[in-house]
Design a protein around this ligand. Structure first.
Ligand code: ACO
Length: 319
């Protein structure tokens, strides 16, 4: 028994917000600085009333439609998010309710920007074990809610959005290999260190990052884990048709491609228009490249995540 992606959907809230728009809103930055350091030109920001489960719902409906399934067909729902609607219940349960599914296994995964790759790997293992047959795997984030909008070094980097895939049991392999890692020793370089106690936020409720440390760590582990996944599947990196790394920064993507000796023509890039949407970035990029016809049946696609924890991982697909 194998698992295979049979439908993909994405959703970005509202209109694109440019770097100049942010400057006009009072952030002390410029299009030149943000574009040259990160490649980011636009991001989407959720409206006040829109939560992660709302964005997840739109992406999930599109993925289900692409797979030709109804929500009632699902027996597993996994949502990767670091910006859940509530402390509990899980965003997966809220999404399940909005979709109108009753009884499927549903839970959240918290691995920050590696969340989608973690969630997809877990769904693959459920399906391959034979316990579940039709899974919905979602990355959904409203990072705009945890940004310190007075900290120009971080607030320009992120955006909101959701991406979803349907994973079904299959007699032919779709997911060829996967690898997940973490090293909590590096928890301090990217975190939202606040907590809630006695009805109050204790500590700092905003995203804090050592940008240069994150940069170096991300480039090293993205190249290593892609290699590990290729070796596990017996696929040479040069034979990959597409690389979809977590969309944090164009310079991280370029450095990863260079280490893997892949041309940038094989790398799907959305960070310029989406910013960093954390757990949503990989499925949003996959959705875009499938819908515009770049990724077609039979191709080999490497998905990669890296994020707070620190966590990292990769999934190799035969699409
Ligand atoms: N606009 C204008 N100037 C800015 C801005 C901004 N938005 N942000 C910072 N600056 C200024 C700083 O104040 C500083 O000015 P100074 O020299 O007068 O003190 C100067 O720019 C340089 O600041 P640095 O923080 O040293 O800038 P750096 O070159 O390291 O670039 C960046 C910062 C883009 C964050 C870089 O470190 C990076 O790309 N890191 C990767 C981190 C990343 O992408 N994280 C995403 C989340 S992690 C993940 O998803 C895995």
């Amino acid at each position: 028994m194998f698992s295979r992606i049979t439908g993909i959907g994405g959703f970005l809230p509202g209109e694109p917000v440019s770097n100049d728009d942010l400057a006009r809103r009072g952030i002390d930055t410029s299009d030149q600085w943000v574009t040259s350091r990160t490649g980011i030109r636009f991001r989407h920001l959720a409206e006040g009333g829109q939560s992660a489960s709302d964005l997840a719902l739109e992406a999930s409906r599109r993925a289900l439609a692409a797979a030709g399934l109804a929500a009632s067909d699902l027996d597993l729902i996994v949502v990767a998010t670091s910006t859940p609607d509530f402390i509990f219940p899980s965003t997966a349960c809220l999404l399940q309710s909005k979709l109108g599914n009753h009884g499927a296994t549903a839970f959240d995964i918290q691995a920050v920007c590696s969340g989608f790759v973690y969630a997809l790997t877990i769904a693959d293992k459920f399906v391959r074990s034979g316990s579940h047959r039709r899974a919905l795997v979602v990355g959904a984030e409203v990072f705009s809610r945890i940004l310190d909008w007075s900290d120009r070094a971080t607030c320009v980097l992120f955006g909101d959005g959701a991406g979803a895939v349907v994973v079904e049991a299959s007699e032919t392999p779709g997911i060829l290999s996967s690898a997940l890692h973490a090293d909590g020793a590096h928890h301090g370089i990217l975190s939202v260190p606040g907590s809630i106690c006695g009805g109050k936020v204790i500590g700092d409720p905003f995203l804090r990052m050592d940008g240069q440390a994150v940069f170096k760590f991300a480039v090293r582990v993205l190249a290593e884990v892609a290699d590990e996944c290729c070796q596990a599947a017996g696929v040479a990196p040069a034979d990959l048709d597409w690389l979809i790394p977590h969309q944090a920064n164009i310079r991280i993507l370029e450095a990863t491609a260079k280490r893997m000796k892949l041309p940038m023509e094989k790398v799907v890039v959305t960070v310029d228009r989406h910013g960093n949407t954390s757990a949503a970035s990989v499925p949003l990029a996959l959705d875009e490249a499938v819908r515009d016809g770049r990724i077609v049946t039979g191709q080999k696609v490497m998905l990669e995540g890296v994020g707070g924890g620190f966590t990292w991982g990769a999934v190799l697909l035969a699409f």
